[in-house]
Design a binder for this molecule. Structure first.
Ligand code: SF4
Ligand code: SF4
Length: 118
């Protein structure tokens, strides 16, 4: 999924004009993508004169950091080492579940794709 690196966006509006499904709007002179509407065509990435529209994979380190920060924030509710350890095991299972959901979704999409692409 594309995302806009806000500090690089000059608010020129080109991507807003050219997005085929109207998924981009300007807020405070910065482009914002409505991910529920975006069809992942990549056109905004290709045309942005500032290279402000970035590929999703670039966000992986940031999202890992966000997950760790989220985990650290919740862990503050636990005072003992045992409590923290049990909580971390639950978070490990939580993120593992997310991984399994993603893997199974990818499998199904791959099968679906086979109906359209040989
Ligand atoms: S084309 Fe690039 S610089 Fe222009 S509004 Fe879109 S993201 Fe911002
Ligand atoms: S990837 Fe395509 S559909 Fe999504 S916001 Fe960019 S131009 Fe619009």
């Amino acid at each position: 999924m594309p995302w806009v690196k806000q500090e690089d966006c000059t608010g020129c509006g080109l991507c807003v004009e050219e997005c085929p499904v109207g998924a981009i709007c300007l807020q405070d002179e910065k482009a914002h993508i409505d991910m529920d509407s975006c069809i992942r065509c990549g056109h905004c990435h290709d045309i942005c004169p500032q290279e402000a529209v970035r590929h999703d994979s670039e966000r992986i380190p940031l999202e890992v950091e966000e997950n760790l920060a989220y985990t650290a924030r919740l862990m503050k509710h636990f005072e003992t080492d045992e409590g923290k350890g049990e909580f971390l095991e639950r978070m490990r299972r939580h993120f593992n579940k997310e991984k399994v959901v993603a893997e199974k979704t990818i499998e199904k999409i791959q099968i679906l794709k086979g109906q359209y692409v040989q």
